[in-house]
Design a protein around this ligand. Sequence first.
Ligand code: SF4
Ligand code: SF4
Length: 375
Amino acid sequence: MKTKKKIIRNREKPLQKYRFYVQAAFALLCLWIGVEMFLFIQYLESGGTASFYNRPPGVDGFLPISSMMSFYLFLTTGELHSAHPAGIFIFFGIVLMSLVVGKSFCSWLCPVGFLSELIGDFGEKIFKKKIKLPKFLDYPLRSLKYLMLGFLFYSVLFLMSSLAVKSFLDSPYNLVSDIKMYYFFADISRFALIVISILFILSIVIRNFWCRYLCPYGALLGILNFLSPTKIKRNPVSCIDCGLCAKACPSFIKVDKVKTVLSDECTSCFNCIDVCPVADTLDLKSVLPVKKKINKRYAAIGIVSTFLIVTGIGMFTGNWDNNISKEEYMIHYKDMNSYGHPTGTEAVKKFNEEANTHLNEESKKKLNQINNNVE
Ligand code: SF4
Ligand code: SF4
């Protein structure tokens, strides 16, 4: 006769309320950065007559390409580029927290992820279910974000030298890219508004549309997810096959069918762990060096503290604010409309040429110095 498994009820308190608080706090911080940016721009718009308000360094976090290139420059040359230094620490904080606990930035801190969740919840209330695209649409669409990331990586890693990357970071366009981004939203074009509205509507119908199909940041963190030493694991012996975990998963992962969640779409939101009714059946576990259950509360504290520690290091080592004076900003602000967005292979070629010219000038200077010394 088949013996009944003894079911021990999962009595661990859910974490979702705290995750919501963390997301909301971070979204408010981002809003505050927006307000500070507004005050800074008021100064520039007034031609320097309004009272000066410092540019918020946190705005660098909204410049992912510049931040990624600055981080690459730091890795290859050891130089912390001074235009958007906070972006380097924010980028590294996001990468590290998502490496420690797979893709956790998306579901714990990202303000767009937070907004997507709220819109998705609203959509679920309307449609009374989570709508998932059929596989023949879902898979090709999911590859879009990887294509965008691949193009960016290819341009930076294979087409540009480190000096060309520096040349881009030194360019006036990069210096004012935060101001340009501000105007993108503050003075939004009809086309951009239509695109954002379409994305908004799609996100009501299909949960996390932007994150799942289009966000290149999500693509990068999704790849890193596979390298994370922590994974969500299911114990098939104690599992009662209720399917609640799969139902709760916002990323449509069939958690109830696998032993280990290995998916680029898992954002470590812990919804599945929270709803599992059986104790010690679905847990976050370390896969290296010892296979051990990790208390989800400690994991949550680790996720947030990793980001705070990395950005804190940037602040306390004096590498948070840039060194661009308000007078310099004023000059660039006046010429800003002539700084076009560098795109395509032509722009890459230009930065490589600029880097080579710079190299030639430096070599000439050194040669002259040697000749002078000989004389
Ligand atoms: S598998 Fe679990 S942790 Fe991962 S996204 Fe789904 S619900 Fe969240
Ligand atoms: S929630 Fe998932 S892991 Fe937990 S018992 Fe049900 S099917 Fe098994």
